[in-house]
Design a binder for this molecule. Structure first.
Ligand code: GSH
Length: 233
């Protein structure tokens, strides 16, 4: 991370979506400047760059139009640096599968995981546990098809789906510690269990996935933004 780069990333430490972009920067050896956004007090720069969604990550690349949404940013970076560590498979059908899987993960699994973290109801947390388990079983099947017996979704090295799911590995580890719930268990997910080990042994994954304390700070920040409970009589 340097200053005065033509590539700037607006992010919030602890966000798995931001972690995805850090993965790509590292894998593709892209220099960037990181600009932290305080989620409790969003900066003018964020509101100007992503006025509709007002979320991080946002990529500012020289004078180009700002780009938001982690999956869109990942593909953009892959297109402008196609020769260094390509992320998506070269086969169009496999590319389509990856995009669909990423979309499914983000629109189903992520909201379940987020709600799991903030719900105050034990019954709802149990329902969400089952939904998340189902999501990771779906990923287990997808891993089998895409990895073709190799260590990563991307084959011999980290690819697009490894980043999409791997960006949440810090969070799944955090859930195991704090909530005693592991989304990836050997009996349900034998292949993903091995994949998780391969990811944690990868230097880039270890360097970009935030640690336990960062996740704890992020959780506290999310809780502080929740409406307070009405006083019980
Ligand atoms: N689908 C988006 C999700 C981004 C997202 O949810 N970012 C969160 C941080 S983890 C955020 O900025 N939230 C602020 C808000 O919703 O007000 C992506 O892939 O980039």
């Amino acid at each position: 991370m340097t200053q005065n780069c033509e590539m700037k990333l607006l992010g919030s430490v602890g966000s798995a979506f931001v972690t995805r972009i850090l993965f790509v920067f590292k894998l593709k050896s892209i220099e960037y400047e990181y600009i932290e956004v305080d989620q409790r007090n969003k900066s003018e720069l964020l509101l100007k760059s992503n006025p509709t969604l007002q979320r991080v990550p946002v990529l500012l690349h020289a004078d180009e139009h700002p780009i938001s949404e982690s999956l869109v940013i990942m593909e953009y970076l892959d297109e402008i640096r196609p020769d260094i560590h390509p992320l998506l498979p070269s086969n169009p059908s496999e590319r389509a599968q990856c995009r669909l899987l990423a979309y499914t993960f983000d629109t189903l699994c992520y909201p379940w995981m987020k709600e799991f973290m903030i719900t105050r109801e034990a019954k709802r947390r149990e329902e969400l546990t089952q939904l998340i388990i189902g999501g990771y079983i779906m990923l287990e099947e997808a891993f089998e098809k895409l990895s073709k017996g190799k260590a990563f979704f991307g084959g011999d090295d980290i690819g697009y789906m490894d980043i999409v799911v791997g960006s949440f590995l810090g969070w799944t580890k955090f859930y195991a510690t704090i909530f005693n719930f592991n989304a990836i268990e050997e009996d349900r997910n034998p292949k993903l269990t091995k994949w998780e080990k391969s990811m944690w042994s990868h230097e880039v994954a270890r360097s970009v996935i935030p640690n336990h304390e960062t996740h704890m700070d992020f959780l506290n920040m999310i809780i502080s933004k929740l409406p307070s409970l009405p006083d019980s009589a």
